[in-house]
Write a protein that binds this ligand. Structure first.
Ligand code: ASP
Length: 355
């Protein structure tokens, strides 16, 4: 009788194992979710109203809202902040970057998902792209519609971000941003619509890949030096130098440029017209600040295209730097890291070519 029970037990166990889906039989990847806030964690009083508040839902609620993601990875969450990304700041950046670096150094962590607001996700992603020291997937995601909205986009974006972070093929492509089925590289994506779900584009460099209901397709690697190939490090860094962005426009004078320096800027990025241009008055003010040691970078307010050196502006004579293909908000991130130590202008220009 005992023999029969043992045999019956073994058959039951074997049958149960055969019934397990392949993914569950193999060990699932471990993905840590770091929540920072944003519309993906936003809530409104009704499902069809435009007004809402970012950063209302905690990381545990975010995880609970997408139980399907547990089939892709073993998930655990941490709350880094819970703010609209319009309020993103250096304190959160340094905390987030340190935590990502700690986690990716752990052998039992396979990937990271960061939930974030769409307003400044491109800046945070690019910052992490320069200071995270790992090839493991680090994937930011966001939503345009709050969690309470009709057709909220957050849950599927989150599911897809987990799929990318859990995918070995995502490794070594730099920090990624997954929104609306597209996988963007941190250096190339930009927000292009204030309200549309399809807001993110990677105009010059194209997509890193696509992801549809968790199925990933990768097209290219990272653009520019990033993560393990980046020379930047946050070791010993407790604050970042102030760099301001000044937009160029018709009839511009030098007062905004001078005001930014008076407020303490150590570097300036001009969101120039066209190929990083500005009025002669603005250019004279910029060159005067450059002569005093303020590092001045010409970028463009135009949505796409490179800003080339010495095209319509004599950068050599005026001691200016051209931003290459970084938009003003990303040029500012790179310049802040560049200014962590003294550098020649030639070296700063090299950074804008290489990153
Ligand atoms: N203002 C919001 C934020 O960036 C917008 C969003 O997440 O879509 O947090």
């Amino acid at each position: 009788m005992r023999g029969m029970i043992r045999t019956y037990g073994a058959v039951v166990v074997a049958a149960a194992l055969l019934a397990l889906p392949a993914a569950a039989a193999d060990k699932l990847p471990n993905v840590v979710v770091l929540a920072t806030g944003g519309t993906i964690a936003g809530a409104a009083a009704s499902d069809v109203q435009a007004g809402y508040t970012s950063g209302q839902v905690g990381v545990e609620q975010l995880l609970a809202a997408v139980p399907q993601a547990k089939k892709l990875a073993t998930l655990r969450g941490e709350q880094i902040s819970n703010i609209g990304s319009q309020d993103m700041n250096d304190e959160v950046w340094l905390k987030l970057a340190r935590r990502v670096n700690e986690l990716v150094a752990q052998p039992d962590v396979d990937g990271i998902v960061i939930t974030h607001g769409t307003d400044t996700i491109e800046e945070t992603a690019y910052f992490l792209n320069l200071v995270v020291k790992s090839k493991k997937p680090v994937v930011l995601t966001a939503a345009m519609r709050p969690s309470t909205a009709l057709s909220a986009d957050g849950p599927l974006n989150f599911f897809n971000a987990v799929a990318v972070a859990a995918n070995k093929d995502a490794a070594g492509r730099g920090v990624l941003v997954v929104v609306n089925d597209w996988i963007h590289g941190a250096s190339s994506l930009t927000k292009t619509s204030t309200t549309a779900v399809q807001t993110f584009l990677s105009p010059l460099r194209g997509l890193v890949g696509t992801v549809a209901y968790g199925e990933c397709e990768f097209y290219r690697g990272g653009v520019g030096r990033n993560t393990v190939d980046s020379e930047f490090s946050l070791d010993g860094v407790t604050s970042l130098p102030r760099v301001d962005i000044v937009m160029a426009y018709e009839n511009m004078d030098g007062s905004m440029i001078d005001a930014a320096v008076a407020a303490g800027a150590k570097g300036l990025v001009i969101a120039g017209v066209g190929n990083g241009n500005m009025t002669k008055a603005a250019l004279d003010a910029l060159a005067a600040q450059a002569k005093k040691g303020i590092v001045c970078v010409r970028s463009s307010r135009v949505a796409t295209g490179r800003v080339g050196r010495n095209v319509e502006v004599d950068d050599d004579a005026m001691a200016l730097v051209a931003s290459d293909d970084l938009n003003p908000q990303k040029a500012r991130v790179l310049l802040r890291l560049a200014l962590l130590k003294p550098r020649s202008l030639g070296d700063v220009q090299r950074l804008f070519r290489e990153y």
